[in-house]
Design a binder for this molecule. Structure first.
Ligand code: SGN
Ligand code: CA
Length: 531
C-alpha cells in the first residue's frame, strides 16, 4: 500500500512539475543606453509635452514606475557588469569602460539557465569578450554603429543594412517568434544602443519636432558657484565639448571632403574597411541614406551657418539640435517597446511576462550646461525603471523606495524561483512590485566613479552616500592640497543640486551622520577606502 502511495505521489509530481515550470514568469528586459528619466513622458519632465515615449508611458500606466532607482557607478560598461553580477564595481572587477570584464565569474543569466530558463540577449553589451550564460546572443561589438551595424553572432561577425534600433527590436522579436522553445520560461534582454552619443536618429524621423522649441533647463548656464573643482574642470559641456560636425551634424563641404579623402586612403590599404565610430557615422551610410540625411539637415544647417551665432545664442542652438536628435533616437527605441508589447499581447504572453524598461545610467539634458553622465548628481545617478507584471503589480503605481542596479540580478533570480547566492549585493525588488516594502529595506545608497584621468570628459573620481533626502559626495585625488573635496546637498530644499551646503553649519550634524553612513556602506559592501 505504502509503495503504491509513493508511486501515485511520484506520478502526481511528474504531472505537476512541468506545469509549475510553465507558470514561472517570462522576463523581457528592455535596456537602452544613456536614456535620462527626464526624457520619459511618464516621469512628468519638462519634455513631456513633446510626447517622446508613448509606449514606455503606456508600460508605466499598466505597471509600476520607480522614481528613486539608481546606479552604483554612472557609466556604461560598469553598469552592465553590475546588472549581470548583482555586485558593485569593486567586486565584479569592472571599474570603468577601459578595464576588462571577467566573463568566467558568476552572473545571473548562468544561474537562470541552471534554473531551467532560456536566455537570450540582443544588442549592446559593452563587455569585450564572449558573453556567457545566453542560449542565444547577437551583440554589437563595442559601442556599435547606428547605420549598417555589425553584430557578433555564434557564426561570426555579420553586417546588417538598416538602423540599429529597428534591427535590435526585430532580431529580438524573431527570437521570440521563431527561435525560442515554447516549453520553457524565458529571459530576453533587448539592449538598445540608442540614444548614445552622437544621437543619430532613424532616417524617417530627421525632421520630427523641427517646428518646436525644446524647453531649456534652468541651469543651462550654471556657473558652478559653490561647487568644488570637479564641476569646474569637467569636459562635458554643451558649450565647449559638444562639437558641430559629429555631435550636431553640421558638416561643411570642406569637412566632408577631408573625411572622404581620409577614408579613401584607409580603404586603399584595406578594401574591407568601413568607417565606424562617431566620426564615421555619416560615411558609413549608403548613398540613398545620405540623400535623405542631407535633404533633412542641409537646409537647417545652412540657416544656422548664416546666422553666425555666438555666446549664449550658440549654446541655445546647440541645445536645441542636441535634444531633438536625442529624442528622435528615443522615439525609435519607444516604437520598439510598442512592437514588443503588441507581440506579447497578440500571443497571450503578456499575462505571464514581466516587461521592464531601464537604462544603463541617466544623462544630462543640458542641466548644469552638460551632456554625458558620470557625476553623482541626480540626472546621471538616477536612471529610469518601469515594470509591468499584470499578475502582481497594480497598474499605474509608483514606487519611491531607494532601489539600485545591484538589485536586478537578485530580482530576476527571485522571479524565477531560483536560489539566490549569498554573495549577491542587491535585494529582490519583488516585494516592492507587490506593494509590500520589507521593514528593513535600505535607507541609503553607495556610489563610486573611477574613470579618471583616462577616459572621456575629465570627471574626477568620487564616492558618495545618498539617503532619500541628503547626499554627500567625496571627490578624491583632485588638485587641492590633500586631494579631497566634499559636497553636500539637501534634495528637499535644493532638488536641482545648485548649492553645495558642505560648509553650512546648519548641516554639520547631518554631514557627520552621512560620513559615518558612508563608512558603514563601505563595510557592508566590502569596499576599499578610496584614495
Ligand atoms: C564615447 C563618447 C563619450 C562617452 C563614452 C562612454 N564619445 O567615448 O561621450 O562618454 O563613449 O559612453 S564619442 O565621441 O565617441 O561619442 S558609455 O555610455 O559607453 O559609457
Ligand atoms: Ca551608457
Amino acid at each position: 500500500m505504502k509503495n503504491c502511495l509513493t508511486k501515485v505521489a511520484m506520478l502526481l509530481l511528474f504531472l505537476i512539475l512541468p506545469s509549475m515550470a510553465n507558470e514561472r514568469p517570462n522576463i523581457v528586459f528592455i535596456f537602452s543606453d544613456d536614456h535620462a528619466f527626464q526624457a520619459i513622458g511618464a516621469y512628468g519632465s519638462r519634455l513631456k509635452d513633446m510626447d517622446p515615449t508613448p509606449n514606455i508611458d503606456k508600460l508605466a500606466a499598466e505597471g509600476m514606475r520607480f522614481d528613486r532607482f539608481y546606479v552604483g557607478n554612472s557609466i556604461c560598461a560598469p553598469s552592465r557588469a553590475t546588472l549581470l553580477t548583482g555586485k558593485h564595481s569593486h567586486l565584479n572587477g569592472k571599474l570603468d569602460n577601459k578595464g576588462s570584464f571577467n566573463h568566467d565569474q558568476q552572473t545571473f543569466p548562468k544561474l537562470l539557465q541552471k534554473a531551467g530558463y532560456q536566455t537570450a540577449i540582443v544588442g549592446k553589451t559593452h563587455l569585450a569578450g564572449k558573453i556567457q550564460g545566453f542560449d542565444y546572443w547577437e551583440t554589437l561589438p563595442g559601442q556599435g554603429n547606428y547605420y549598417q551595424p555589425d553584430f557578433d553572432t555564434e557564426e561570426g561577425r555579420k553586417t546588417y543594412e538598416g538602423y540599429v534600433t529597428d534591427i535590435t527590436t526585430d532580431k529580438s522579436l524573431d527570437w521570440l517568434k521563431n527561435k525560442r522553445k515554447s516549453d520553457k520560461p524565458f529571459m530576453l534582454m533587448i539592449h538598445q544602443k540608442a540614444p548614445h552619443r552622437s544621437w543619430c536618429p532613424p532616417l524617417d524621423l530627421l525632421t520630427k519636432w523641427d517646428d518646436i522649441t525644446v524647453p531649456e533647463p534652468d541651469s543651462l548656464f550654471d556657473d558652478y558657484n559653490t561647487r568644488t573643482t570637479a564641476a569646474h574642470k569637467q569636459d562635458m559641456s554643451i558649450e565647449v565639448t559638444m562639437n558641430l560636425p559629429n555631435d550636431l551634424k553640421v558638416k561643411t563641404p570642406e569637412h566632408n571632403a577631408l573625411m572622404e579623402a581620409k577614408f579613401a586612403k584607409i580603404k586603399s590599404r584595406n578594401k574591407n574597411y568601413r568607417p565606424s565610430g562617431e566620426r564615421g557615422i555619416y560615411y558609413r551610410m549608403t548613398p540613398e541614406q545620405r540623400k535623405v540625411w542631407d535633404a533633412a539637415y542641409n537646409p537647417k544647417n545652412q540657416k544656422f551657418l548664416d546666422a553666425k551665432l555666438t555666446g549664449k545664442d550658440l549654446v541655445r542652438w546647440k541645445y536645441q539640435r542636441y535634444m531633438k536628435d536625442y529624442l528622435r533616437c528615443i522615439y525609435a527605441v519607444d516604437q520598439g517597446v510598442g512592437k514588443v508589447m503588441d507581440y506579447l499581447k497578440e500571443q497571450g504572453l503578456d499575462k505571464n511576462t514581466i516587461v521592464m524598461y531601464s537604462s544603463d545610467q541617466g544623462f544630462y539634458l543640458g542641466e548644469h550646461g552638460w551632456f554625458d553622465k558620470r557625476f553623482m548628481y541626480e540626472e546621471s545617478f538616477r536612471t529610469p525603471l518601469v515594470v509591468k507584471w499584470p499578475a502582481k503589480i497594480k497598474a499605474g503605481s509608483v514606487n519611491t523606495d531607494l532601489a539600485q542596479n545591484i538589485d536586478f540580478a537578485t530580482t530576476f533570480l527571485d522571479l524565477a524561483g531560483a536560489e539566490i547566492p549569498a554573495d549577491l549585493q542587491g535585494r529582490s525588488m519583488v516585494p516592492l512590485f507587490k506593494g509590500e516594502k520589507p521593514a528593513d529595506w535600505r535607507k541609503s545608497l553607495y556610489y563610486t566613479y573611477y574613470e579618471y584621468p583616462h577616459g572621456s570628459h575629465s570627471v574626477r573620481k568620487h564616492e558618495g552616500v545618498s539617503t532619500k533626502r541628503y547626499k554627500l559626495i567625496r571627490f578624491y585625488g583632485t588638485d587641492v592640497p590633500n586631494g579631497e573635496e566634499w559636497e553636500f546637498y539637501d534634495l528637499e530644499t535644493d532638488p536641482k543640486e545648485m548649492n553645495n551646503s558642505f560648509n553650512n553649519p546648519e548641516y554639520a550634524s547631518k554631514i557627520k551622520e552621512l560620513k559615518a553612513e558612508l563608512q558603514n556602506l563601505r563595510v557592508k559592501y566590502k569596499a576599499p577606502e578610496l584614495k
